[in-house]
Every structure is written in C-alpha cells, then in structure tokens.
Design a protein around this ligand. Structure first.
Ligand code: GAP
Length: 512
C-alpha cells in the first residue's frame, strides 16, 4: 500500500518538475481539484485527443465531429435529468466542519477490509508457491471468508441505502463506527443530496439575468444538435457524432490529482441506431473502445470491464473500462446504451420533433443511442503514470524514464550538438528546420550529452539525435532510442523516415 502511495506521489511530482501539470493559480496556493497543463502536458494531452479523434472521426465515414458551446439553454439540464438527479450524497462532520461523500466514506471503509483479505491471499501465495489454489483458499480460509463476506455485505447495504433511503447510509456509517478521516470524530450530520452542477448567470442586470449551468457532460450538446447534424450532413442511421471538450462538476471528493477534477475534459461519441439494434452496437463499441486502449501498449493486464448490474434510469446496458491506476482499478471510460431517453426528453421539453426518417424502413423513429465517454485527463493520468519508470542500469546507476507510447510523446526528437562549437550547433539547427514541419522537435546544447539524454528520457522523448564531428565529414548522426538506449549511426536524410515509422498514428492505430 505504502508503495502504491509512493508511486503516486512520484507521478505528481514528476508531472510538476518536468512541466506537465501545475496546480491552478498556484501563486495563490492553488484551487482544489483544478489543474493547469504546462508546456509538455499540453502537447501530451493534445496528442491523446488527436489519437482519439483520428480513430473515431477520421477513420469512420459515418462519424462526424461537433464542437458545441459549454453554455446551453437551462432547460437542457431539466430534460437530461441533471437538475433533479445529478446529486452526490453528502455528510458533514459537526466537530471538524469537514464535508465528505457518504458513499465514499463507506466504500473506503469496506476497501480496508478487502485489503486485509488480499494481504492474507498474497501471504498464502508466497507460502505455497506454485501449489497455491486461490479459488479454494478464498472459500476455505476462515479469516478470508469472514473479511470478504463483510466487504460484500457493506457494499450491498450501501447500494440499497443509496437507492432506497439515505438515512440507512447514515445508520451504516454509525454502525460501522466510521470516523472523520482527518480528526477521528464520529459526530455526523444526516446525509443530504448535493447537486454537482456549477451555476452561473447570463445577462447584465440582476433582475433579468438568466440562471445557467456550466455543462456537466458534453453529451447533451450532441443530443440537441442531433437533427441539425443529421440533416445538414445527410447522415444515415447508424451514424455517430463525436465531441471533445470541457465539462464541470462540483465534485465533493476531489483528491487523486487529475483523476477527479472540478473542470475536466471529456471525449464523447453518441452513436445513433435503429431501435432494437442497440445491443449489437453496444457490444461493438465495448470491444472497439477496449482495442483502442490496448493499441497504446500499456499492458492488457491493466484493463478490465466492469459491467453495471444496477443501471441508470435511462440505460438498458452499461459498462466501464477500468484501468489499473496507481491507486487501484478505477473507471477510465464508460460505454452506455442510453435507449431513446435523451432524444425523447428533449422532444418533450422543447416541443420539437427529434426524429429520423428511415428510407429503408419507410418510417420515422427516435433513434436509440450508444455512447462512449472517456475522460481525457484520466487518459493522461493512465498513460503518464504507467509510463513513468525507474530503471537500474547495468553499471548500477539509475535512470528515470517516461516510456510514453511514442505516438503520444510531447516531443518526438531532441537534436543535440555534441559541443557548442565547430559548427555543430548550425548543423543541428538545419536538421531542426527540416524536421519541424512534421514533428515537434527540441534543441538542447546545455550540459554533457549524457545529462541531456537523461533529461529527454524524463520528458518521454523517443529519439535523441546527436550531431558530432563525424557529421561534418559524412552527413551522418547518431540516433539514440529512449527505451533501449541503443544508438545507431544514420544519414541525416534518413531521419524523417525513421521517426515517422515509429510515431505515425497509422502504425499505432493499425494495432487495433
Ligand atoms: N455522458 C456520460 C458521462 O458523462 P460519466 O461516467 O459521468 O458519463 C464519463 O463520465 C467519463 O468522464 C468518466 O469515465 C471519466 O473518465 C470522466 N470523468 C467524469 N467525472 C470526472 C471528473 N470529475 N474528473 C475527471 N474525469 C471525469
């Protein structure tokens, strides 16, 4: 556990030290759960967004893009259900005056019990070696059976309380003697619902100003534009509309760095299908989205599906793609079969028809929708945290290397003159002038070349190209590969193809 925490701390400090992510308005001590993407972070984030956009929009004839406004007519959020039901259950501690999500307090308590079971399992695995039978052990070892049944019982009582009566959640917190994590006090208020949308106002005068919300998801901008896009693009069902953009949620538990933020970015796609065909498309998108994640090569073992048993009122199937973050498996992306709920709700609230005429069936209908929704910041965290490695080299020294998928790396190549004289910087500059049309490249002449390699390793740059005295003679340079540290001598004229071959989106997406 301590190790996991250390890894996570390392991720946060590396992100800051190497110019990926800073706390927002840090000179004023920051703003809780709001972050800024710095010079390298913004490139990595842009590359992830583009990798998603290319696979969803550019590669699919029947998916088009959209960039809807963040501010929308307030009735949108009445129709979508967000005004009435986008709530978190809150509990305050009367002594510390601290506010918590009641469900998270219970989940964290339950997780500690689960961890005790997992520890026993790991101890037994180490003791019995290859002969260890986990399935048998978890059903026969009295202590593990007790821990796991307690764990499951707490989670199922929590789920019931969350749907039936929040007073039961309060009773559960009291029964389990859950204390304020910061002060140890058990003096709790009742559990209350708290709406997560940020309110704002449109208009100059206080009397006529209109109450608005900052959108809590990008999806509704797609739904209300469904017919505009279908008609103007002459789209035929099945077709999709994809969008990336900011969303805002007044999250109560906003720890875990960029995992849960108050201002974040989503990459969403709504796929409009014939009623009755939604399950076929739901399974298609579940598999397709997992393949997209796997194409980045972060390890198959780091992903799993979590199929929802309890469904939101608008869904008839839903699953999360969970990722193994430094703090355990958590939701990275949601795939939801949303039925015709959203379009029908907007028809009802707007009084306008949002229907499609299907020429093959010769009938009008409200399409069903399969949605894929992934958090861009969560993708960033998944990629960044998994790529950050401490390696011990053959000579016993260590290096910190960010083994980012090269297609996503902020800088594709650093060009390094071996020394700052003899015309080597000029040659390096010429190489940059040639490569910068196709790739983001950097120039670095400060410090010994070994230190410069280490700096680029920590930034995730896949290639270092060194210009030395031999370059003057024969127009060759050394190209060093970040992951293997292997160096090859190649012609300057070959550089573009070598880099392209390694970082091209096509080569990465072809792995899907
Ligand atoms: N339109 C569906 C929707 O918004 P969601 O499960 O609430 O569904 C989709 O959000 C994705 O957005 C999540 O899987 C997660 O990656 C990301 N996300 C949600 N809340 C977030 C937050 N507070 N901070 C960062 N990412 C978040």
């Amino acid at each position: 556990m301590a190790k996991q925490e250390d890894i996570f701390k390392n991720v946060v400090s590396h992100a800051k030290e190497y110019g990926f992510i800073f706390p927002s308005s840090e000179v004023y001590d920051g703003l809780s759960a709001v972050y800024d993407y710095a010079q390298n972070g913004v490139e990595l984030k842009k590359n992830i967004r583009e990798y998603w956009w290319k696979s969803m929009v550019q590669m699919n004839e029947n998916i088009v893009g959209l960039d809807a406004a963040i501010l929308m007519h307030p009735t949108t959020w009445k129709a979508s259900g967000h005004v009435d039901a986008f709530n978190d259950p809150l509990i305050d501690n009367k002594d510390s005056k601290k506010r918590y999500r009641a469900d998270v307090l219970v989940e964290e308590f339950a997780e500690k019990i689960n961890q005790k079971a997992q520890k026993e399992i790991e101890k037994a695995r180490a003791r019995f070696g290859d002969a260890f039978n986990e399935e048998e052990f978890v059903t026969t070892n009295a202590r593990v059976v007790e821990y796991l049944s307690k764990y499951k019982e707490i989670l199922s009582r929590l789920a019931k309380g969350m749907t039936d009566d929040l007073q039961d959640v309060k009773a559960l917190i009291e029964e389990l003697e859950i204390a304020d994590p910061e002060t140890g006090s058990r003096n709790w208020t009742d559990v209350k619902q708290f709406n997560l949308m940020f309110g704002t106002k449109l208009g100059a005068s206080a009397d006529s100003a209109m109450d608005l919300y900052l959108r809590p998801e990008t999806a509704q901008g797609i739904f209300v534009n469904f017919l505009n896009v279908q008609k103007s693009g002459r789209m035929k069902v099945p077709f999709g509309i994809a969008q990336t953009g900011k969303a805002f949620r007044n999250e109560i538990v906003a720890r875990q760095f960029i995992f849960r933020m108050r201002e974040f970015e989503q990459m969403e796609m709504q796929f409009f299908v014939r009623p009755g065909e939604e399950m076929k498309w739901y399974h298609h998108w579940k598999e397709t989205r997992l393949k997209w994640h796997l194409s980045l090569g972060l390890g198959k073992e780091n992903y799993r599906f979590h199929d929802h048993e309890k469904l939101a009122h608008y869904a008839n199937a839903a699953a999360d793609i969970e990722f193994n973050f430094p703090f355990g498996f958590k939701e990275l992306e949601g795939i939801h079969s949303r039925t015709d709920f959203d379009l029908k709700a907007h028809e009802q609230f707007s009084g306008k028809k949002l229907q499609y005429f299907d020429p093959e069936l010769n009938e009008n209908y409200v399409p069903y929708v399969v949605e894929t929704s992934v958090g861009l910041d969560r993708m960033f965290l998944a990629v960044f945290a998994t790529s950050l490695k401490e390696e011990t080299l053959e000579d016993g020294s260590t290096r910190t290397v960010l083994k980012l998928p090269s297609v996503l790396a902020p800088t594709k190549a650093a060009i390094l003159p071996l020394v700052k004289k003899d015309g080597l910087p000029d040659i390096a500059r010429t190489i940059i002038e040639d490569l910068k049309w196709d790739f983001t490249v950097a120039y670095d002449e400060k410090d010994a070349v070994g230190r410069r390699y280490r700096r680029q390793d920590a930034l995730g740059t896949p290639f270092c190209i060194t210009v030395d005295h031999q370059t003057i003679e024969d127009q060759t340079v050394t190209i060093r590969h970040r992951d293997t540290m292997k160096q090859d001598r190649v012609k300057i004229s070959e550089l573009k193809d070598i880099i392209e071959n390694e970082v091209s989106t096509k080569n990465w997406l072809m792995k899907m």
